[in-house]
Design a protein around this ligand. Structure first.
Ligand code: IMP
Ligand code: MG
Length: 185
């Protein structure tokens, strides 16, 4: 793997939680899980913007069967760190998912409210199957009973950034996942 020094966009209060190598090792396994689940089918992976775009882009390159992609954008947070629970669709789907095998691809499941909203909304289009893949899950935070089918890593309840996840819309371009400590800012 080519090493790129990201020192200029790293800050003192960021510490590595999951390295680039660990992420890619896990993507190999997740890719295989998806291949086993969808053998003989052409699933459609729906990336949840903005945070899910890096995970989706890398994940599809570990899925060795035909697949399609689309994106949806929802809002619940604004620039806040806590979910408001009020969710709006900011960019609807383009694809017709009726009768399709759908995988919602999220960066992180925190309270679970966003995924719950997406599952309810997407099931109305009558897909053949509807599953969820998330790179990260904050297990202790989930408020509701929610089945997540493909999980990269279970993490503690800390705000994380990098690999698609933002710190006030920035830092999505970091190649690893970091914990950020906002205290004292
Ligand atoms: P939920 O509805 O509370 O599960 O929120 C999920 C969404 O909030 C994720 O898809 C992220 O976009 C955002 N989010 C939650 N926790 C974090 C975090 O630690 N870092 C960056 N974004 C987060
Ligand atoms: Mg998200």
């Amino acid at each position: 793997m080519i090493k790129i020094d990201q020192q200029e966009i790293l800050e003192e209060n960021y510490s590595v939680l999951i390295s680039e190598e660990k992420i890619h090792q896990r993507l190999v396994e997740l890719g295989n899980e998806l291949v086993e689940t969808y053998a003989g089918e052409i699933p459609i992976l729906i990336g949840v913007l903005n945070g899910g775009f890096v995970f989706l882009a890398d994940l599809i390159r570990y899925i060795n069967i035909d697949c399609e992609i689309d994106f949806i954008r929802i809002s619940s947070y604004g620039d806040e760190k806590e979910s408001s629970g009020h969710i709006k669709v900011l960019k609807p789907l383009s694809a017709d998912i009726k009768g399709r095998h759908v995988v919602v691809v999220e960066d992180i499941v925190d309270s679970g409210l966003s995924v719950q909203f997406l599952l309810k909304m997407l099931s109305a289009f009558e897909p053949s199957s509807l599953r969820v893949a998330t790179l990260l899950r904050k297990r202790s935070r989930i408020k509701i009973d929610l089945k997540i089918d493909f999980i990269g890593f279970d993490i503690d309840d800390k705000y994380v950034i990098g690999y698609g996840l933002d710190d006030r819309q920035m830092k999505r371009n970091l190649r690893a996942i970091y914990i950020v400590d906002h205290q004292g800012r």
